[in-house]
Design a protein around this ligand. Structure first.
Ligand code: NAP
Length: 283
């Protein structure tokens, strides 16, 4: 496994396993399979409703805690959010059965963002969140957060896949020491990604699948990626991307697929801000 060093010195695996949309009743088995394949970075969230199952899989694996990198995420909190955010973190820790997480992300750029961030800074200083970061922050929001707070986010987890590549944004984040992490690296299969002719052709050139080409393209760009699958054979396929290298010409061909916009929704769309930003979790 390759690792990247975050801006506070924490080492994070470049490839991990995401559990969004895995039903809680299937998550323990899926995470156990992923750990058996070799994944050590697990990405969950309070909003996914499966933190307890992730925690059970971690415990039954017998893998030393220091060998794992566990991420969870804070859902949108009402103002004043400092205490709410701290409570939400403690609930997540309790559900996971852990005494710390390796990365705590603010899931959305909504709600009482600045108080949420100050609470996360306090958790980071206390050592219970080894690294902290954000998700779904567009450049304007990220730069404002950096400018007006003490701790620069270690990570920004954003939609990144062949149809929305975020290369310019990655450069901007790099200038500020923020590590890019992809969510939806396969675009959840949209645009017929898994049978895309250009990606399939590059796959044939390496005797690799489209999924492997996409993951290789991400890690080769230095983008941390967390593919989700409920199938053990796909987990193994998705993990097997460190034994080949895409050429500059192949990288350039993949670059032509960029549409420059989201395949899901824009976090700056007022309707989405109202819908997602107004949603609260039952805790
Ligand atoms: P994704 O990883 O882009 O795609 C998952 C889909 O691809 C599933 O339908 C899966 O089906 C299929 N798949 C996986 N491997 C495959 C393979 N080798 N061949 C063919 N199909 C394959 O989608 P995602 O789950 O949305 O994103 C990944 C992770 O990012 C999430 O699990 C979550 O941890 C994180 N995320 C974060 C945010 C955020 O707001 N921060 C948002 C979305 C996601 P099967 O399961 O049936 O194999």
């Amino acid at each position: 496994m390759q690792y990247v060093t975050l801006n506070n010195g924490v080492e994070m695996p470049l490839l991990g396993f995401g559990v969004y949309q895995i039903p809680a009743e299937d998550t323990e088995r899926a995470v156990s399979d992923a750990l058996a394949v070799g994944y050590r970075l697990l990405d969950t969230a309070a909003a996914y409703g499966n933190e307890e199952a992730v925690g059970r899989a971690i415990r039954s694996s017998g893998i030393p805690r220091e060998d794992l990198f566990v991420t969870t995420k804070l859902w949108v909190q009402d103002a004043p959010a400092e205490n709410n955010a701290k409570r939400a973190f403690e609930t997540s820790l309790h559900k996971l059965g852990l005494d710390h997480v390796d990365l705590y992300l603010m899931h959305q750029p909504f709600g009482d963002v600045y108080a949420q961030w100050r609470a996360m800074e306090a958790l980071n200083r206390a050592g219970t969140a080894k690294a902290i970061g954000v998700a779904n922050f567009y450049p304007d929001r990220l730069i404002d957060l950096i400018t007006n707070n003490e701790i620069t986010p270690q990570v920004n987890q954003i939609e990144t896949h062949p149809f929305f590549q975020r290369a310019d944004y990655q450069n901007l984040m790099r200038e500020h020491g923020v590590q890019i992490q992809s969510w939806g690296g396969f675009a959840e299969g949209r645009n017929d990604l898994f049978t895309h002719p250009l990606l399939a052709e590059i796959g044939r050139e390496h005797d690799k699948s489209v999924a492997q080409v996409v993951l290789r393209w991400l890690v080769q760009r230095g983008v941390i990626t967390i593919p989700k699958s409920v199938r053990a054979e796909r987990m193994a396929e998705n993990f097997d991307v460190f034994d080949f290298r895409l050429t500059d010409e192949q990288m350039a061909r993949i670059a032509t697929l960029d549409t420059g916009s989201s395949l899901f929704f824009d976090h700056r769309d007022p309707q989405m801000v109202t819908r997602l930003g107004g949603h609260r979790l039952d805790t």
